[in-house]
Design a protein. Structure first.
Length: 193
């Protein structure tokens, strides 16, 4: 299979080579994506020692701060669709990290709680994330870190504002189910023409 011109090969040597072959001139969004991907990979390498997936880490981080929230709220805070959250929580319950209980005030809602095992993971996993941050920022000056932080926060605020201000329903993140329907409709339209 032919690789896209700007794709990143997931090995250290190839990634390093890729950095010297034009990535430094890439769009800001692409650089942020590459940095996020690198951070996620570095953390996943460390989480693997404890048998925890990066996806589970995302939910554990939220639950360490706000236990007892609903599955829907957890999806919103994690920035993923509810079916993704449901699948992850099912696996996390099987591993003994969480329990789900019906909200006594609303029978439709499921609340998510950490088990003692899930709580114990915090002391083991948070230092791994701190280590990744330290590795990523090695050799970067305090002033550059502060400027990057301000820039990323401004970028996030601008993109959130853009999404909120979108005048058309087509400019939003559709659910997986909606995307499937759109794809079927597009394929059917191509066949009819």
């Amino acid at each position: 299979m032919k690789r896209a011109r700007n794709s990143v090969v997931p090995t250290n040597a190839n990634t390093r080579r890729h950095l010297h072959n034009g990535v430094r001139e890439e769009r800001f969004a692409h650089l942020v994506k590459l940095a996020a991907r690198g951070l996620a990979r570095a953390l996943q390498m460390r989480l693997t020692e404890y048998g925890v997936s990066y996806g589970h880490w995302t939910f554990l981080r939220i639950l360490w701060e706000a236990e007892g929230i609903t599955q829907r709220e957890l999806s919103t805070r994690a920035g993923v669709m509810e079916p993704t959250t449901f699948s992850a929580l099912k696996a996390m319950a099987q591993r003994g990290y969480i329990t789900r209980r019906r909200n006594p005030l609303s029978r439709k809602e499921m609340q998510v709680f950490l088990t003692p095992q899930g709580r114990t993971l915090q002391a083991k996993l948070v230092p791994l994330a701190q280590e990744v941050n330290d590795v990523a920022l090695r050799g970067v000056g305090a002033a550059d870190i502060a400027a990057t932080r301000r820039t990323l926060l401004a970028l996030i605020e601008s993109l959130v504002a853009d999404e909120i201000a979108s005048p058309t329903p087509h400019r939003r993140i559709p659910s997986t189910r909606e995307l499937s329907r759109l794809a079927r409709k597009t394929r059917a339209g191509r066949r009819a023409s």
